[in-house]
Design a protein around this ligand. Structure first.
Ligand SMILES: Cc1cc2nc3c(=O)[nH]c(=O)nc-3n(C[C@H](O)[C@H](O)[C@H](O)COP(=O)(O)O)c2cc1C
Length: 169
């Protein structure tokens, strides 16, 4: 059985709503994919190794007094508790939220990209970016869910072969 492990942070409940909408869609469309969700406050570094695919979800916050950051709990998880993890060969997808009243709208996505690079993981598909309240944006979430399902229907190799060295004559 295929499986997805979702680790998320949510202060006012928006990211949690997106995660739950996604899980409801996936469980209806593909009950053969087991989906688990976990609040980041309870996650251990090794939880990033769970499932065939890990999804990380967070809103954009002003952690440390600076706008455009990850939710504090997600920041501390990725860049403190799990900072040394090596996710080579692992696929990750991201869900980012934000609000266009802020100058650095949904810029937590950049922090997720930084983690992707540091951990050597591979991005499974383009991030789901939800601007403003997620209520009424369920169709976008489901569309992204369809793309996720396609990943499982046509599995992309987790590790690509290293480039061949062609000797120059
Ligand atoms: C104090 C504060 C700071 C925020 N900073 C940003 C920001 O820099 N950029 C942005 O796009 N949204 C910002 N937001 C909006 C949140 O990212 C948005 O409401 C999000 O949906 C919250 O998700 P959550 O409830 O799952 O944590 C901020 C909200 C608050 C209350």
């Amino acid at each position: 059985m295929s499986s997805i492990h979702i680790i998320y942070a949510s202060t006012s409940g928006h990211t949690e709503y997106v995660v739950d909408t996604l899980i409801e869609f996936l469980s209806q469309k593909t009950p053969e994919i087991a989906v688990e969700r976990q609040r980041v406050e309870l996650a251990k570094p090794e939880d990033l190794l769970r499932g065939d695919l890990v999804i990380l979800g967070s809103g954009t916050w002003n952690f440390g007094g600076v706008e455009g950051q990850l939710n504090e709990y997600m920041h501390r998880y990725l860049f403190e508790r799990a900072q040394d993890i090596d996710l080579t060969g692992k696929q990750i997808a991201f869900i980012s939220l934000g609000d266009d009243r802020y100058y650095y709208t949904t810029r937590c996505t950049e922090k997720f990209m930084r983690f992707l690079k540091c951990s050597h993981a591979k991005m499974a598909l383009i991030p789901l970016i939800v601007v403003n309240e997620p209520y009424g944006q369920e169709e976008r979430i489901r569309k992204w869910g369809e793309k996720l399902i396609k990943l499982f229907e046509q599995p992309i190799p987790l590790t690509s072969s290293p480039p061949q060295h062609v000797p120059v004559a």
